[in-house]
Design a protein around this ligand. Structure first.
Ligand SMILES: [Zn+2]
Length: 68
């Protein structure tokens, strides 16, 4: 089972693309709510975490820090 994990700075793909045609969102704030920014037009959206997780399809680019 794949776990949806994401972190600040990740670029994610949502189930529905933004009306501007872009489907790549950068996570710019995390907490109870997630703020993400459309990488196409710069529009930002605030979503409750649960809603975000439901709408998110996958992580396109992760900023996973090299830790061991
Ligand atoms: Zn957009």
């Amino acid at each position: 089972m794949e776990r949806k994990s994401f972190q600040l700075g990740d670029v994610v793909e949502m189930k529905k693309p933004h009306p501007c045609g872009t489907n790549a969102w950068k996570v710019i704030r995390m907490g109870m709510d997630i703020r993400m920014k459309c990488t196409g037009c710069g529009h930002s959206v605030l979503l409750p975490r649960s809603k975000f997780e439901k709408r998110m399809k996958k992580v396109l680019a992760s900023t996973d820090p090299p830790q061991s």
